[in-house]
Design a protein around this ligand. Structure first.
Ligand code: IMP
Ligand code: MG
Length: 179
C-alpha cells in the first residue's frame, strides 16, 4: 500500500455523539412536518449519503428515497460554480413534496442550481435539508429549511464529505488543514 500524501485530519469538529443527536432531531422534525405526505428525499451524491442514511432511520413515516449526482470539475476544495448533472432522479416528482438533502452549503451555487432544476418538474413543494452551513462563504442566497450545524470557514471531511475522494468513511467531522 502506498503511504498517504497528506496527513490525517487534524482535529474533530463535530463528534459522532453530536452528529447522532442533531441528525435524530432533524429526522424527527421532518417526520412531524411530513407525517402523511410521503415526501421524496433527494440525496445529492456522494457527500449526502451518510447523512441521509442516518436521517431516514429517524423518520418513522412513509418516505420515498432518490438521488442525484453532480459532476464537478477537478478535485479542488472550492466548487467552480459550474455544475453538471451526472445522474438524474429515477422517477417523476410532479405533485410530490420534495426534500433536497445536501451535505454542506458553501457558496450556495450547487444547491440553487439543483433547486431550480427540481422546480422545473412541478413538484408540490421543495425544501432544503443540509447537514452543514458554511455561511461566511455564501455568494447566492439559499433558504435552508432544516439545518444541522453552522460551521466556520474551514475545510471539513468525514461523515460523507471528502477531499479528493478521501475520508468519506470517518464517522465524525474533522477539519483538514492546508487545503
Ligand atoms: P457550493 O456550490 O459552493 O455551495 O458547494 C457545495 C459543495 O462543495 C458541497 O456539496 C461539497 O461537495 C463541496 N464542499 C464545500 N465545502 C466543503 C468542505 O468543507 N468539505 C468537503 N466538501 C466541501
Ligand atoms: Mg456535495
Amino acid at each position: 500500500m502506498r503511504p498517504a500524501e497528506a496527513g490525517p485530519p487534524s482535529r474533530v469538529l463535530i463528534s459522532e455523539d453530536e452528529l447522532r443527536a442533531r441528525v435524530a432531531a432533524l429526522g424527527q422534525a421532518i417526520a412531524r412536518d411530513y407525517a402523511d405526505a410521503n415526501p421524496v428525499l433527494v440525496g445529492v451524491l456522494k457527500g449526502a449519503l451518510v447523512f441521509m442514511a442516518d436521517l431516514i432511520r429517524e423518520m418513522p413515516i412513509e418516505i420515498t428515497m432518490d438521488f442525484m449526482a453532480l459532476s464537478s470539475y477537478g478535485s479542488g476544495t472550492r466548487s467552480s460554480g459550474v455544475v453538471k448533472l451526472a445522474a438524474d432522479l429515477s422517477m417523476p416528482i410532479d405533485d410530490r413534496d420534495v426534500i433536497l438533502v445536501e451535505d454542506i452549503i458553501d457558496t450556495g451555487r450547487t444547491v440553487s442550481y439543483l433547486k431550480r432544476n427540481l422546480e422545473t418538474r412541478h413538484p408540490r413543494s421543495v425544501r432544503l435539508c443540509a447537514l452543514l452551513d458554511k455561511i461566511e462563504r455564501r455568494e447566492v442566497e439559499v433558504d435552508i429549511h432544516y439545518l444541522g450545524f453552522t460551521i466556520p470557514n474551514v475545510f471539513v471531511v468525514g461523515y460523507g464529505l471528502d477531499h479528493a475522494g478521501r475520508y468519506r468513511n470517518l464517522p465524525y467531522l474533522a477539519v483538514l488543514d492546508h487545503v
